[in-house]
Design a protein around this ligand. Structure first.
Ligand SMILES: Cc1ncc(COP(=O)(O)O)c(C=O)c1O
Length: 387
């Protein structure tokens, strides 16, 4: 008798559905040609603190080379709680993860079951949509409207159904640069309360809110605070994206579930780096860093508007999301535009399509990272406009 399996592929349907990183091919081209990379979010600003590097090697030499407590090294959890400043108990409400990437995945696994619906705003960070698919849930997209990337309250309300289990937010946003206002968060809270939905909020850019915009955490909004999971990271705020230090902040009941999933996912991130980050007093919202990032935002806005791109002022985060239609007059989509810019000027930016639930809706947008040294941005300008 021959055994004939029902499945035909060695790869699961969920893994097959993952499109992979759309940037990889362009990055290889860009690096080979010595291009300026304004594409990936890898921080060129702020600088990593020398004290943290010294602490990291010191921690290894001092013997912190084995498994840590899976919930995270205790001093680091305390520092994260202090940094958040919202009264979180580091023993029962903070979990250290391998970056916000693991945190997001763990939060979804711990909160939603296959076939549950998850409300997402579009355009949004593409990893969020992919993670929702990977856990077997169904995204329900709420469109955000250009140029200021706000939702229509009727669309938001219509996205919630009895099958909705969670909403995932990201403020300040990658890629749109929006900072959700307190009024918007209160509106979302009413829906979450009505439909008894968990809110997962990616707040990795919490330190970068510009002009009069203030980052409002879901922990500061009644109705969301009690049902919320905050996803955070030190990758961008402390320029240590390679250290893989992220965290989850949630109430004790949710935290117990998050920790069980986390123990099966990574069982913890690098012990000496956790020790080092805990010892180097973590700070957040340092006025000087926010002010310097805002200067870089200004420079990026000036360069790319001079080039003919249009956009609303970036409220927060480290990305400029720009409309290229005045430049292309509809003759090129964002992918072709980005390749062309790379070939002509040696500057790499990102096509906007992958951030949209319907990629065609993003054909006229590009994303530009401005968490760079001012000289890097100026060199990009020289290459693009020849000044
Ligand atoms: C919105 C958002 N969330 C999460 C991440 C990933 O963060 P981490 O390096 O902590 O995994 C990024 C990285 O670009 C991001 O833009």
């Amino acid at each position: 008798m021959t055994y004939s399996p029902a499945h035909t592929s060695p790869v699961s349907a969920r893994a097959s559905a993952l499109s992979g990183n759309s940037l990889t091919e362009l990055l290889v081209l860009a690096r080979a040609g010595g291009a300026i990379d304004l594409a990936v979010g890898t921080p060129g600003y702020p600088d990593i603190s020398g004290g943290m590097i010294a602490e990291a090697s010191g921690a290894m030499l001092a013997g912190h080379n084995q498994y840590e407590h899976p919930a995270g090294e205790s001093l680091l959890r305390q520092r994260i709680a202090d940094m958040l400043g919202d009264g979180a108990d580091p023993q029962t409400e903070i979990t250290v993860t391998a970056g916000a990437t693991e945190a997001l995945y763990v939060a979804l696994i711990a909160s939603v079951d296959p076939d549950d619906e998850v409300v997402l705003l579009s355009p949004g960070y593409e990893q969020i949509t992919a993670a929702v698919g990977l856990v077997g849930a169904r995204p329900r997209f709420v469109p955000l409207h250009a140029p200021d990337w706000r939702y229509d309250p009727a669309d938001l309300a219509a996205a919630f159904t009895p099958r909705t289990r969670a909403i995932v937010l990201n403020t300040p946003s990658n890629p749109t640069g929006r900072v959700l206002s307190r009024a918007e968060l209160e509106e979302i809270a009413k829906l979450c309360e009505h439909w008894d939905v968990t809110v997962i909020c990616d707040e990795v850019y919490r330190d970068f809110a510009f002009d009069g915009n203030r980052h409002v955490s879901i922990t500061d909004v009644p109705g969301l605070a009690e049902r919320g999971i905050v996803v955070g990271s030190l990758s961008k705020s402390h320029a240590i994206s390679g250290w893989r230090l992220g965290f989850l902040r949630a109430d004790p009941e949710r935290t117990a579930a998050l920790r069980r999933v986390h123990e099966l996912t990574t069982n913890g991130t690098a012990a000496p780096l956790q020790v080092a980050a805990g010892r180097a007093a973590l700070t957040s919202g340092l006025a000087v860093v926010t002010r310097e990032m805002s200067r870089r935002r200004d420079v990026a806005q000036e360069i790319f508007s001079r080039l003919g791109m249009t956009f609303s002022p970036v409220e927060g985060g480290c990305f400029l999301f720009a409309d290229i239609s005045l430049l292309t007059e509809g003759r090129q989509d964002c992918g072709a535009f980005v390749r062309d810019l790379l070939e002509r000027s040696g500057v790499l930016i990102v096509p906007g399509s992958p951030f949209f639930s319907d990629p065609a809706a993003g054909a006229q947008y590009v994303r530009i990272a401005f968490n760079r040294r001012i000289e890097t941005l100026r060199e990009a300008e020289r290459r693009i406009v020849g000044v």
